[in-house]
Design a protein around this ligand. Sequence first.
Ligand SMILES: [Zn+2]
Length: 184
Amino acid sequence: MPENKPRKILEYTVECPICRHNFKIEEFLYDMPLDGKVIISTGKCGNCGYRWNDVRLAEINGPRKIVVDVRDPNDVNALVIRSSTASIVIPELGVEITPGPASLGYITTIEGVLLDVLDKIIFLCQEGETPPETCVKKKKMVEKARNGEIPFTFILIDPEGASTIVSDKARILPLEKKEKRGEK
Ligand SMILES: [Zn+2]
């Protein structure tokens, strides 16, 4: 599909957050068949190998959250465009992914986010900081959620409005005051 080829729109230099060397970031505009224009920025530090990636909607929408009620196995296939400023919250699973100073943006699916959560649980369990019974319980819950066996709410909170979820079920809501300030 040649018309969907990303087009380079910008190039700039940033300081590496790890080693302070300068490196180049390139930005590409990509036409998403379903959800309009997306800007993907990418770069790699030539000195230490640190990789930078971000993604955001070309049209900024202002503070908002996007909510999907996951009720059947197909719902986890929804595409998630998460910019580096956005948080992900799944209350039923106790999941809260908040953006840090070196946070990256990415395009994934709800299932992709759950797999990341699973990886993190496995990692923390190997570190031995979580009791084994809790590990087993948490892993089972995330796996069930992934298979559509338990209903859950997937919430993407973006104070910039540069993120979205591509799904018929996605509801767009305004942010509450404390969500705008990034408080819990
Ligand atoms: Zn570096």
